[in-house]
Every structure is written in C-alpha cells, then in structure tokens.
Design a protein around this ligand. Structure first.
Ligand code: MRU
Length: 350
C-alpha cells in the first residue's frame, strides 16, 4: 500500500547546504523552532555531544557531513583534493562525540574508505549525501516490513524518539507506527516521556501530533500498568547498536519495557537500519553505555530540583537481550526471535 509521505514525512532535522550543515535544534523543540548552523567538524561534534542532533542514524549522517565540511576547509584551492592526513583531527573529534550508537562509527568508517589517501572534497560530500538518502529509503522500506507484522486493531507503545528527527526522515520505529497507522491498523498509540531528556514528551509526541496520528503520552513508570491492561500488542523501538547475537542497545528504559512486555504477552519489535548492526560486537555485554551528567536528573528545565548534595547515576542506554526480542526489522528483512545464527545469515561476518 502506498503511504502518503507528504503527510507522514514532513520534518527534516539534518539539512546539508553545500557549505554548512543546518541542524534543527532538538534541545529546544517543540516550544521553539530554531536551527544551529555548523561550518566545521568541531561544530558538528559539539552538536552531537550536546544533543542538538541526536538519534543513532541522524548522528551518523551529521558526522558524515562534518567530514565533508572539514574536507571543504582543507581542500586544495586549485584541485579540490584533500589528503587523508588533513582530516585526521576532524575524524578524531567526531568519533569522540558519543560512544553508544554504532551508526556514528559506521558513517565515519564509510567516509574514511572513500577518502583513501587522497580524494576530492566533492566526492566526500557526495558520500555523505548518499548516506542520508540511503537512510531515508531504508526507513520507508522498514516501515512497510514492520507494519506487516502488526495485526489490525492493535495497540502500540514506543519509547524515546525514533522519528524524522532521529533519522534522515520518516523514522525507524516511528516509521513503522506511521506506516501501520496509514494502513488503518492502529487502534491505540502510546509513547513514553523518556526521562530524563524527554525525547518522548518533547519530540515523539510532537511528531505524532504533526502527522495527525492520535496518541497518548504516558509517564515512563506507567508502562507496566498500561501493558497489564492488554492495551498494547507491540512495543516498537529503535536501536543504537545491535550486536552479532541480536542483543540490542537502545534508550534507557527499553530493557524494562522488554521485560514487562514479555510478562504481559505484548511483543517487542526493534526497528533499525543495517548501519545499526555491529557484527564485530559479539554480544550486548560489551557495548559501551554512555553515562551523561547527573545534572540531567537533578534539574528540571534548567532548574535544580534535587536537594544540594544529592548525587545521581545517569546511564542513557541499556541492553535488551535477544531472547526478549520478537522481531528485528532492518531494510534487509525481518528476523524473528533473533539469535547469532539468524543474524549471521542476514548480515555476514564483521
Ligand atoms: O540519546 P538519544 O536521544 O540519541 O537516543 C536515541 C535513541 O535511543 C533512539 O531510540 C535510537 O537512537 C534509535 S533512533 C532511530
């Protein structure tokens, strides 16, 4: 069934302008629509670190454009050629921006392969554009593959933000929800607030509203109660890194949703492009989980709410064991009840 992308794919968070990268500032959405303009790789690295741009595929795309910006700056004025050495610092800054989402490293490795010893700045820009276009195409394909798993009259729950804001467009898990809604299959859509950074409250709820998809925001802590009522048939989430055995790192709180879903008979669907698969990572235990500042928990809207002296632990991702996942949807196809053998069959060795 054809999906009306004019309705369901309207937001672009990462905008390449040829000589700069324009980012929709996700720190201030939805109350303010502002853009940050990056003109160097360092600008892009900072924007990734401070979450101006976020979401695994989006940070990979932004990093690729960061390399393109560095290449423009370093290119020979006559030939347009850039030696690999001139981009070393740019690659290093971008690689150090965030640790968990493998899409960042995947995109930088792909740019490095194009670079070789020397190439033109234009060639690097074209590679970044290709990475962005392929991500959009993958999302639209995954939307159809994932929606096909959902029965009519179902309820879905999603976590964090996996929509246009987190990708080149349309989204991964949110793309599946968009496609399933467009097909008239969804009776109920819920999304979590996603503490502490509120990607759900601020970003996903806004994307759903923008599309005219009726949805209800729930407190993270309401998820178990919601699922105990039988209102949710599928929990649909994205991923930051999928290991070779199917273990999946995603936004903190995904693990408790997975446990609760299994307990109450709801299914868990992980939706991510193949650029999120890390076959060099044998299992989820070894995935580097980003720790962010305690401040994100101790403050609310920039205002301290915890007593002075209170400390906090703020891991922002967790790992769902493959055994709790019912389906992994990538643009290459669907793996039901993932394990190492099925992953290897679809993705090959690292
Ligand atoms: O810290 P964030 O907002 O970058 O985390 C984002 C997530 O965990 C998403 O669920 C994941 O990156 C998939 S986005 C398509």
């Amino acid at each position: 069934m054809m999906i009306d992308y004019d309705r369901y794919d309207r937001i672009r968070a990462v905008q390449w302008q040829g000589d700069a990268l324009r980012l929709l500032d996700q720190r201030v959405l939805p109350l303010r629509t502002e853009f940050v303009t990056c003109t160097s790789a360092d600008d892009v690295a900072l924007a990734i670190r401070n979450l101006t741009v976020r979401g695994a595929p989006a940070i990979g795309i932004a990093a690729a454009y960061g390399v393109a910006l560095a290449a423009r700056a370093a290119a020979d004025a006559v030939t347009g050629q850039v030696p690999a050495d001139a981009l070393r610092a740019a690659f290093a800054a971008l690689r150090a921006s965030r640790p968990t989402a493998v899409n960042l490293f995947w995109a930088l490795d792909r740019m490095a392969r194009v670079l070789g010893d020397i190439t033109s700045a234009d060639r690097l820009a074209h590679e970044a554009i290709a990475i962005e276009r392929e991500d959009l195409a993958a999302n639209r394909h995954m939307g159809e593959l994932g929606a096909a798993l959902i029965d009519a009259n179902s309820g879905v729950l999603t976590h964090c933000n996996t929509g246009s804001l987190a990708t080149a467009g349309f989204g991964t898990a949110l793309g599946v929800i968009r496609a399933a809604y467009a097909q008239g299959k969804l009776a109920r859509v819920f999304n979590t607030e996603t503490r502490p950074w509120l990607q759900g409250t601020r970003l996903t709820a806004w994307e759903l509203l923008t599309d005219g998809i009726p949805a209800k925001l729930i407190a993270d802590a309401a998820a178990a109660h919601l699922m105990s009522t039988g209102a949710v048939q599928w929990v649909v989430v994205g991923a930051d890194r999928i290991a070779a055995n199917g273990d999946t790192a995603n936004k903190i709180g995904t693990l408790q949703l997975a446990v609760v879903a299994r307990h109450f008979g709801a299914k868990l669907m992980v939706v991510a492009p193949s650029s999120t698969v890390d076959m060099a990572m044998p299992n989820g235990r070894e995935i580097h989980i980003e720790l962010r500042e305690p401040r994100e928990l101790l403050e609310h809207a920039g205002q301290r709410v915890a007593a002075a002296g209170v400390d906090a632990w703020n891991p922002v991702f967790d790992v769902v064991p493959a055994a709790l996942i019912d389906a992994i949807v990538t643009e290459r196809g669907v793996i039901e009840r993932p394990d190492q053998t099925k992953m290897l069959r679809m993705f090959g060795n690292a």
